[in-house]
Write a protein that binds this ligand. Sequence first.
Ligand SMILES: NC(=O)c1ccc[n+]([C@@H]2O[C@H](COP(=O)([O-])OP(=O)(O)OC[C@H]3O[C@@H](n4cnc5c(N)ncnc54)[C@H](O)[C@@H]3O)[C@@H](O)[C@H]2O)c1
Length: 319
Amino acid sequence: MSTHQYQSKDPKHNMLLKLYSTSILVLDILLLFLKIVYSLLEGLFRTIVPLAEKSVEGEIVLVTGAGHGIGKELALQLAQLGATVVCWDINADNNEHTCRELARMGFRARAFACDVSNREQVMEVAKRVRTEVGEVTVVVNNAGIMPCHPFLQHRPEEIRRIFDINVMAHFWVLEAFLPAMVERNSGHVVALSSMAGVMGIPNLVPYCASKYAVRGLMEACAEELREHPRQPDVRFTTVCPFIVDTGLCKKPRTRFPNLLAFVPPKKAAREIIHAMRTNQQEVSIPKGLINLNHFLRLFPAKANQLIKDFMDSGVESID
Ligand SMILES: NC(=O)c1ccc[n+]([C@@H]2O[C@H](COP(=O)([O-])OP(=O)(O)OC[C@H]3O[C@@H](n4cnc5c(N)ncnc54)[C@H](O)[C@@H]3O)[C@@H](O)[C@H]2O)c1
C-alpha cells in the first residue's frame, strides 16, 4: 500500500507518514537533478570528444528511394563501408543502375522494385529480401516526394500521395522489419524528415505536415521501446535536411547561400551515415540548424517572423 493511500486514526502517525513521503519526494528530486547535471556534462563531453562511429560492416541495410539523390548516395557509401545494401525504389531502372554501379566496384547490393506506399507490396518484397538476402538490420526510410504549390492548389489525390509515400510508407516498412529487430535486440531505423518538418514553409503545406509526422512517429517509437520491458537496443535517427541539391526541390531560394548552402547529396549522405553510426536521435543538415530553430522558438512569434523574413529562404511554387 502506498503512503498516500494509508490513513491512520492516529494524527501523529499520519504526520510521520507525510514527513516520510515528503522526504522520499525530496530525495527523488535531488537524484533527478544529479542525473540531469550528469547528462548535461556527458553531452558537453561528447561535443568535445565525439562517440566513436559504430561499424556497419556485415549489416544488411535497406535504403528506400535508392535509385536517385540522397538514397543513391547512401547506398553507395554504406556499401563502401562494408554493408550489404538492399535497394528499393519505385523506379526499377534507376534502382538497378545504383546496384550495377555498386556491383562494378565489387560491393554487395541487391535491387528490388517496390512502391513503398503500397503495404501489400512492401510485405511481399520484404519476404523476398528475407529469403534472398537475409534479415535487414538497418532500415533507412528515405523515399519521398515534394510537390510545391500553395495549399489550396494541392489536389486531394496529391495530398494523399504525399502522405502515402512520406508517412504511411514508414509505417509499412517498420511493420515489416521492426519486430525482428526488437526480437533480436538490435537494429537501427533512420528516417528522412526535413527542416520542413521543424518549421512551416509556404508552398509546402502537405509536405511540411508529412515531415512533422515523420518526426512524431520516430520519437514516439523510440520512447515506446525505451519503456519496453526488455529495452531492446534498437536505435532511431531522424534527419532534417534543409536543401539538398538533388532536384527534388525544384525552385529553392536562399538569401544567404554561404550561411544556408544547398548541400550536395554526397555530403548529406555522409552526415546521415555519421549520425546513424554515432546513434544520434535527431540531426539537421546543416548541423545545428534544428537547435537554432528550437532556441528561436523561445522568442515571441513576431520575432520569429521577422527573422524568417530577413533570411528570405524558401521554395517557389511549381505549376
Ligand atoms: N532534396 C532535398 O532538398 C531534401 C530536403 C529535406 C528532406 N529531403 C528528404 O530526403 C528524402 C530523399 O530526397 P531526395 O532529394 O534524394 O529525392 P529524389 O527525388 O532525388 O529521390 C527520391 C527517390 O525516391 C523514389 N521514390 C519516390 N516515390 C517512391 C515510392 N512510392 N516507392 C519507392 N521509391 C519511391 C524516387 O523514385 C527517387 O529515386 C526525401 O524523403 C525528401 O523528402 C530532401
